[in-house]
Write a protein that binds this ligand. Structure first.
Ligand code: NAD
Length: 344
């Protein structure tokens, strides 16, 4: 029997996940949807020709016997409440980032999940399912370059909407590096600092762009992470690990090489949807298969959501203070100790 999935929030990413579950992946079907915009929810059912009920709110959807698991793809500030209610109903929950908008909110989810004694919550940090990052992780775990010492990375977008603000550079953009980097090197963050280079002429007046975030880990690794969201030329994710004995680099997305008019060129992708399409498919397929085979989820944990919230809070503080700010994580509960990777 297919896993019966309810979707809370039928906006952009909610529809993308509905599409992949309905038309690309196996083992699940969408049986329920809700959105504060009820018309959007009804339209989604029509557009994807779903055999799904439209519920007035998350409470009624979560109470339905026709739902085994939910995707929380609503607006960020609504995530915590839906995730807590899902856990209380004993439903598996895949939550898009942020798990909650505050570290305290993430901790409430952590505590609620631990009460159940099993993993119900997966957070949508899809980079851990990207084949390039998985190769990096395997090389680091196999000590291919000895101990990692430094990481240089960049997160570049061609452009952003006019309501994109300086803090969103860390809360919405860098959050993906924040999640994937501590997973790659199996280390915790110690401190963060934000430096503003010369401002780009492409950035709107209210936005500080680019930004450089310096992160130190407890193990002494120094990370410099560039965020540049008006780079114009493409959506470009770079990551280079400098180890004691060599350097490993995130592979470029594969693309044909074109020889023409005296030039050799390859395409650069322009959007994150295409760059990480396979990773989004893999994370949702893993959610489905883990529940069906093990009765538990196995991807990024609620604790990872908590780490992201504490670290982005520290980055926002560092944006304002100009100082090095501590990343003050509580001690990791034993419940989450064994859930450190999803590398396949
Ligand atoms: N992992 C990623 O790379 C990635 C990519 C895009 C978006 N996201 C995250 O996914 C979430 C949704 O982003 P989006 O781009 O789809 O936004 P969106 O604005 O397109 O969609 C959000 C939808 O949620 C609905 N909604 C808001 N509050 C609700 C509530 N309480 N109950 C039910 N529905 C509610 C809205 O009406 C809207 O239809 C955000 O948290 C965003 O950060 C993650």
């Amino acid at each position: 029997m297919n896993l019966r999935i309810g979707v809370i929030g039928t906006g952009a990413i909610g529809k993308e996940h509905i599409n992949r579950i309905t038309n690309k992946l196996s083992g699940a079907e969408i049986t329920a949807v809700t959105d504060v915009n009820q018309e959007a929810a009804k339209q989604t059912v029509q557009d994807f020709e779903l055999n799904a009920s439209v519920y007035p709110d998350d409470d009624s959807l979560l109470a339905s016997e026709n739902v085994d698991a939910v995707l929380v793809t609503s607006w960020g500030p609504a995530h915590e409440s839906s995730v807590l209610k899902a856990i209380q109903h004993g439903k598996y929950v895949f939550c898009e980032k942020p798990l909650a908008t505050t570290a305290e909110g993430c901790m409430r989810i952590v505590k609620e999940e631990m009460k159940t004694g099993k993993r119900l919550v997966q957070v949508g940090f899809m980079r851990r399912y990207d084949s390039g990052y998985i190769q990096l992780k395997e090389a680091i775990d196999n000590r291919a370059v000895g101990e990692p010492l430094m990481i240089h990375c960049a997160h570049r977008n061609p452009t952003v909407a006019s309501n994109y603000s300086t803090d969103m550079a860390v809360v919405d953009t860098l959050v993906h590096e924040i999640d994937v980097l501590h997973w790659l090197v199996n280390d915790d963050y110690e401190s963060v600092q934000v430096i503003y280079p010369k401002k780009s002429k492409n950035a709107l007046p209210h936005l500080k762009d680019p930004q450089m975030v310096i992160i130190e880990t407890k193990g002494g690794i120094v990370i410099n992470a560039e965020i540049y969201v008006n780079c114009k030329y493409g959506y470009d994710i770079q990551c280079e690990i400098v180890g004691e004995d060599g350097v490993i680099k995130l592979p470029e997305p594969s693309s044909i090489s074109l020889r023409k008019e005296g030039k050799l060129s390859t395409d650069i992708l322009m959007d994150w949807q295409r760059r990480f399409a396979a990773a989004y498919d893999a994370e949702i397929q893993d959610f489905i298969e883990s529940i069906r085979k093990k009765g538990e989820v196995s991807g990024p944990t609620a604790w990872d959501g908590y780490i992201a919230a504490v670290t982005t809070d520290a980055c926002v503080k560092a944006q304002e203070s100009g100082q090095k700010e501590p990343v003050a994580l509580q001690e990791k509960p034993a419940f989450y100790q064994s859930f450190t990777t999803v590398s396949k």
